[in-house]
Design a protein around this ligand. Structure first.
Ligand SMILES: Cc1cc2nc3c(=O)[nH]c(=O)nc-3n(C[C@H](O)[C@H](O)[C@H](O)COP(=O)(O)OP(=O)(O)OC[C@H]3O[C@@H](n4cnc5c(N)ncnc54)[C@H](O)[C@@H]3O)c2cc1C
Length: 683
């Protein structure tokens, strides 16, 4: 029986809000779920900016295609090209839209949108609002969401935790089961499409720059329910953060984008080579200019318009530059820190960075306007996530879904026109996972950023995902509501998942009174974070990842003996965290398995025991599939389509040792006889 279509959006960050606005605008009702008030979603922490090749950028001679190309180069060509093409070409329109919505972007004195440099780019295409861009964007989209809320098209469910997707016996997602985090009531909700916009999974690494709710628990639950993961091993370590006891706090790339420089105490020998300074513990303001080793500028001196642009190489490259220098003994006072220096910048430039400078001052007590900041790399972003597909005019439809979907509501192709290189607007397929009716948008989606995300591309991918793919989601929900509505699905399908989740909660609560000591969830989480940080961050090896896998499997066994400290039936945070910990462990196992299987170095997946990038074997997505019956993961390899830009060697003008890059034979052209296989790679 036909019914009114409904879409559930899980997540009220930028991706979730953008999707809600777009779906509601298309006339379909939205139920929006978030663990925290949407304005406290992690997106609020984003600092530096959002990329787009707007008109002022074009006037400087750069195009959307340059943005597209830099994004692929940054991602070491593991990105899916059609979505990136579409995203970079929609970016200027997105900035215009946000501007019209009232986001207070910084402007030049002539009234043009101001822009700053950012990592992995040689042109200024990062739009910003001081250094609190995420907050301004989130508040802007929240206002739009409220507009639809007052019209009854969006219903917000804040403080509700998504527990499990409801997937019917035919494999179609029909809704979700969620828990009210105040009353602890577990309940099911029906929908014709479900959107996961639940962000990243940095908490798997214990301390990261992400918020403490970024556990990846929601993605892991979808994974355990049958959705696949793409490239879960790809985790970004940001070069500049303040390590803290509780978490790491980001010092945004905007500091370097505005002219900040990274340096270490050093001394040059007679050959001009830098050595660690014997007196590395002096106050930084006492260290003279010729005893400052500007490590990234020295290593990547030819990357950008000036030597100082070396500070802005892609994040994985900058992180390794700092990390290895510290390993060689250059660290401040011989320890694990480097300087990020903005003291030389003019006062008005410092003012643009005020939001992050205040964070630094608050947590360290030093005023970074006058004293160089002490920083070190920290886990920051998940490039991998839920596997999702998309429709293009060039590629045939994904085979495994063609039988399942109703009529395609995507745009009809005009045979007289050349194929559009991006995604088909309005298609049901765009960012649908392998589970029919379950979508993945924003950081939880794996498609856009390959093996390293460029700074300021995350906010763009979140908003683009919501605004562009929202239309296809509304189309799909409408079709389903007409022919095969969630409202008609047998209640038993929902009740079974409610029971599964209620039983799970009851089992945890029962551990409080159990006689044995049990395992402390916070202690187990600390240990998980330590081993994952040790073996799956900046430098990886087969031996290390296998060791971590054994240990994580031991933790999965320990988890069976977990013990809660709180049996409260009101806002039981202990329960929520412990449940997510089990999901983090399974996600961690998938990350390690994919990492072990990817026997190459690519982007953030730098393996000191592998011989460079291997396009012949690994220009592929690691697709992880989970079997809940056995608890086993399978890692399958799927070719990354290369319809537009052929992969090339990534070096950022580096002048370090040479490394091998093996290319697929069909990509080695006549003009490229193969000597490029031994090319300079920075690290
Ligand atoms: C400190 C910092 C600074 C950054 N600065 C920039 C920048 O300048 N530019 C840039 O491009 N990128 C930046 N990033 C990255 C960017 O902020 C994120 O990738 C992006 O905000 C993620 O948005 P999202 O909508 O996907 O998820 P989030 O904003 O993380 O939102 C996730 C949502 O899902 C909800 N949720 C999660 N689990 C559940 C569950 N189980 N049940 C119910 N709800 C759930 C949460 O409540 C939340 O509403 C930064 C990241 C960090 C850590």
């Amino acid at each position: 029986m036909a019914s009114e279509p409904r879409v559930i959006v899980v997540g009220g960050g930028l991706a979730g809000l953008a999707a809600s606005v777009r779906v509601a605008e298309a006339g379909v009702a939205v139920d929006l779920f978030s663990m925290v008030p949407v304005k406290r979603s992690h997106s609020v922490c984003a600092q530096g900016g959002i990329n787009a090749c707007t008109e002022p950028v074009r006037q400087e001679g750069f195009s959307e295609y340059d943005h597209f190309d830099e994004t692929l180069y940054g991602g070491d060509f593991l990105n899916h090209q059609p979505p990136v093409y579409e995203m970079t070409h929609w970016a200027p329109r997105i900035i215009d839209l946000l501007d019209r919505m009232g986001v207070p972007f910084d402007r030049t004195s002539e009234g043009f949108l101001d822009r700053r440099y950012f990592g992995g780019s040689v042109f200024r295409r990062t739009h910003f609002t001081g250094a609190s861009t995420g907050q301004q964007l989130l508040y802007g989209l929240d206002e739009q969401t409220r507009r639809y809320e007052t019209q009854g098209k969006v219903t917000k469910h804040e403080f509700w935790e998504f527990l499990w997707p409801v997937v019917d016996p035919d494999g179609v997602c029909r809704g979700i089961v969620a828990q009210d985090m105040r009353t602890m009531e577990v309940k099911s909700f029906r929908a014709d499409a479900v959107v996961m916009a639940t962000g990243g999974c940095g908490l798997i690494f214990g301390k990261s720059t992400m918020s403490v709710i970024c556990t990846g628990g929601a993605a892991s639950r979808c994974y355990q329910a049958g959705a696949w993961l793409g490239n879960p091993e790809m985790i970004q370590v940001h070069p500049t953060a303040i390590p803290g006891e509780d978490k790491c706090r980001l010092m945004s790339e905007s500091a370097r984008g505005e002219g900040g420089r990274v340096w270490l105490p050093g001394i040059q020998d007679e050959n001009g080579d830098w050595k660690p300074h014997p007196d590395a513990g002096r106050h930084p303001n006492e260290i003279p200019e010729d005893e400052r080793y500007y490590v990234l500028e020295e290593m990547y001196s030819t990357y950008g318009p000036t030597k100082r642009h070396g500070n802005l190489v892609s994040r994985d490259v900058a992180t390794r530059g700092i990390f290895f220098a510290v390993q060689q003994g250059f660290g401040i006072g011989g320890g694990k820190m480097a300087y990020l220096d903005i003291t030389h910048l003019p006062a008005d430039t410092k003012e643009k960075l005020a939001a992050i400078l205040e964070i630094y001052e608050k947590f360290t007590g030093d005023d970074p306007r006058h004293v160089p900041m002490k920083i070190f790399p920290a886990v920051h972003y998940s490039m991998g996530g839920l596997y999702a597909i998309y429709e293009t005019e060039q590629e045939p439809k994904p085979k495994f879904l063609t039988d399942l979907l109703p009529d395609d509501a995507g745009q009809q192709k005009d045979p007289s026109k050349p194929a559009h290189p991006g995604m088909v607007q309005g298609s049901h397929y765009n960012m649908m996972t392998n589970v029919k009716g379950l979508y993945a948008l924003g950081e939880v989606n794996f498609s856009y950023h390959g093996a390293t995300r460029l700074g300021a591309n995350a906010l763009l991918s979140c908003i683009f995902d919501g605004l562009f793919c929202g239309l296809g989601i509304a189309n799909y929900a409408r079709e389903m509501a007409k022919h095969d509505a969630a409202a008609d699905v047998d209640a038993a399908v929902f009740d079974a998942v409610v029971k599964q989740e209620t039983d799970k909660s009851d089992r945890f609560i029962a551990t409080v009174d159990a006689a044995d000591e049990g395992v402390n969830p916070y202690e187990l989480h600390r240990k998980l974070g330590e081993i994952m940080t040790e073996e799956l961050t900046v430098v990886r090896t087969q031996e290390g990842m296998k060791r971590a896998l054994d240990i994580v499997r031991g933790y999965i066994a320990d988890y069976q003996n977990i013990k809660l400290g709180d049996q409260g039936h009101w806002t039981n945070q202990n329960l929520s965290f412990t449940r997510a910990l089990g999901d983090m462990l399974i996600y961690a196992e998938a990350m390690l398995l994919a990492g072990i299987d990817r026997k190459e170095s690519r982007g953030c997946h730098y393996c000191s025991d592998q011989d460079g990038r291997n396009d012949e074997k690994y220009m592929k997505t690691a697709v992880c599939q989970y079997d809940p019956a056995t608890g086993q993961h399978a890692v399958k390899w799927e070719d990354v389509p290369i319809p537009l830009i052929e992969p090339r060697i990534r070096d950022y003008g580096g002048k370090k040792k040479e490394t091998k890059v093996t290319v697929k034979p069909e990509l080695a052209t006549a003009a490229d006889p193969g000597e490029d296989r031994n090319n300079p790679d920075p690290v």
